[in-house]
Design a protein around this ligand. Sequence first.
Ligand code: ZN
Length: 212
Amino acid sequence: MNIIIVGGPGAGKGSLAKLIAKDFKLVHVSSGDIFREMALQKTELGDYIGDRINQGMLLPDDLVDWIMMKHINKAHPKNGFILDGFPRTRTQSESLVQSMHIDMVISVKATAETVVTRLCGRYMCEKCGVIHNKIWHDISKCRECGSPLYQREDDKEEAILKRIADYNKQFAPILKFFHGLKKCQMLEIQSDLSDNPENIYKKFLEQYGKAH
Ligand SMILES: [Zn+2]
C-alpha cells in the first residue's frame, strides 16, 4: 500500500505516519528527515538545502522530485511506503503519480487553537531532532539520547498562525488533485487538542476500517 500523509503544522502528521508505518510495515519516507540529514552533510548540495530550509523557502520541484524518487524507489516495491512532507506542490504531485500508484491520501486536520497550543509547547532535541511536547513529555532533556532541547523560531505563535494559513493555501490544490484521481482513497482525520499520537492513530484505524 502506498500512502501520502498531509497535515498542517502541529496536526500530528509525523507521529501518525510513524505509527502507520510500523503497524502496516511500510517504509516511512519523510522529506523533512531526508533534507535535514542532507543539510548536515558538508557538501555543496547539503549547504544549499540547509540555507533554503533555514530561510523557510521551498526547494525547487525538480530537485525535490529527484531526491524523493531515489528514496521512494529504494522503498518500493518490496514494501509500500508512507510519504510524509512530499509532494508539496501540484507539479510534484503530478510527476509522482506518473511513476507510482498512490492508494490513499490521509489528511490530518486540527483547529488553529489546537495547533497553537500544541506547537508552542514543542521542543526539539538539538542532537537527534526528536520532537517533544511539554503537554506529554519531560522537556528537561531528550528522551532518546539525553541531549538538551530547544524551541524553534517557527514554533512561536505569530509564526504558527502564518504557517497554518500558508499550509491551507498550499495544500488545497494538492488535495483536490488527488481527490480527482481514480482508485485513490481520501481519508480525513480530525486531530483535537486532547488527542495524543495514539488517539490519532485509533481515529485513523476507525476511518480505515470503515473504508475497507
Ligand atoms: Zn536526542
